[in-house]
Write a protein that binds this ligand. Structure first.
Ligand code: PMP
Length: 390
């Protein structure tokens, strides 16, 4: 097997490389207009504020909301989820979350439960035939409802395999039952079209650095109409500066302190790049890579693929006789970057039934091609033959 260039297959952690327009905009921001937005009436502060507003407008359009004020910036998805969970839940509330959630959802709720503020339970998300999932999932939620249930939270797409939850149907179900609906879009934003209003989502939390191809250091929350969580942090933002209270309107209520202007500037171009190719086109490309990988690997003895009936950007596997860390290291020796272990989702690993060392996640992005797939599969074949239990 001939060693070729580095093959990056860890896009679910962060996409790499970024489009050229993103890196160029980051450089422009750092060298030409990177003042502190909203902090002065001078040219550089105004230019930075304008760029931030541009990004807010782009994101509002991209995620199907009419007013850009409903988009606020965070440093990552986790901060967004913490803000909406802690800012919307009240003492005594009960929450239902899917059994695939990332620790960005599980841990804030776990902490709140430990403090005696709320309780939460999980509902099953992989209920057999994935095409009939929506009805079964909603029935599973319905069975777990309590009088004090106020919110449903789910990941749109799993960060382990490619299971996608039917957010449109869950959104409709939630609103029929008077429940708030929070969606973790960390693995779907930029891969799958998301329309916050149409899908009846009350808060969508997304990263800038994954499927939207922005730099690390920023994320966003897109709020449903009339949804105004308490702020997670208080501080200055150049608005109503003489008052002790944070503004009671979005986005200023949530953007305390200096924003990650440079990352947001890059994100603007990331969103433009994704829009110009088209989310559906990118996803079709990723699914084609997924299908070919699955085709090449599924017949092999000594390999386990998890939930491979769900096609998408991420494939989870193990090689018999090796831990996921060992497989990750051996792939790295061939210049292939994947992620092993638990991917910050104990819940998801339990649901998928992976062993105690976790599993290996291969995740595709828009710049991968079929050659990458062939090379990955050859490398796995070598590992399987040389070190595996077969
Ligand atoms: N939710 C899911 C489903 C994720 O995959 C991730 C990232 N691994 C997160 C939340 C957290 O994202 P961030 O690192 O941007 O906070």
């Amino acid at each position: 097997m001939e060693r070729k260039r580095l093959i990056y297959l860890d896009h679910a952690a962060t996409t790499f490389p970024k489009p050229r327009a993103v890196t160029e905009e980051v450089l422009r921001c750092l060298t030409q207009y990177g003042g502190n937005p909203g902090r002065g009436s001078h040219a550089l502060s105004l230019a930075a504020a304008e760029k931030i507003f541009d990004c807010r407008c782009l994101a509002a359009r991209f995620f199907g909301v009419s007013d850009p004020e409903r988009v606020f910036f965070t440093v990552n998805t986790t901060q967004g989820l913490n803000t909406v969970l802690k800012g919307l839940l009240r003492a005594g509330d009960h929450v239902l979350i899917s059994d695939l959630e990332h620790n960005a959802v599980y841990r804030p709720l776990y902490q709140m439960e430990k403090q005696g503020r709320i309780t939460f339970d999980t509902f099953p998300s992989m209920t057999g035939d994935c095409r009939k999932n929506a009805m079964r999932i909603c029935a599973g939620i319905a069975r777990r409802l309590r009088p004090e249930t106020t919110m449903v939270v789910c990941t749109h797409v799993s960060n382990l395999c490619s299971a996608m939850l039917p957010v449109r149907e869950i959104g409709r179900f939630c609103h029929r039952h008077g429940l708030l609906f929070v969606v973790d879009g960390a693995q779907s934003a930029g891969h799958v079209p998301i329309f916050v209003d149409e899908m009846e989502i009350d808060a969508l939390c997304v990263p800038g650095h994954k499927g939207l191809y922005g730099p690390q250091g920023c994320g966003m929350v897109i709020l449903g109409k009339g949804i105004l969580p308490e702020a997670l942090m208080e501080g200055g933002n150049g608005v109503n500066s003489l008052e002790g209270e944070m503004p009671d309107f979005s986005p200023e209520r949530y953007e305390a302190g200096t924003l990650p202007t440079v990352a947001i500037a890059g994100l603007c171009e990331g969103i433009r790049a994704v829009e110009s190719i088209g989310t559906e086109t990118i996803f079709e490309h990723e699914k084609a890579l997924y299908r070919r990988t699955e085709e090449l690997l599924s017949e092999k003895k000594g390999l386990t693929l998890y939930a491979s009936e769900y096609e998408g950007a991420a494939l989870l596997l193990n090689v018999d006789g090796l831990t996921s860390e060992q497989v990750g290291s051996l792939l790295n020796e061939d210049g292939i970057c994947v992620r092993s272990g638990f991917h910050c989702s104990a819940l998801g690993h339990r649901t998928l039934g992976t062993p105690s060392h976790g599993a290996v996640r291969v995740s595709f992005g828009m710049y991968n091609d079929m050659q990458d797939v062939e090379y990955l599969c050859q490398s796995l074949e070598r590992i399987r033959k040389e070190y595996g239990g077969v």
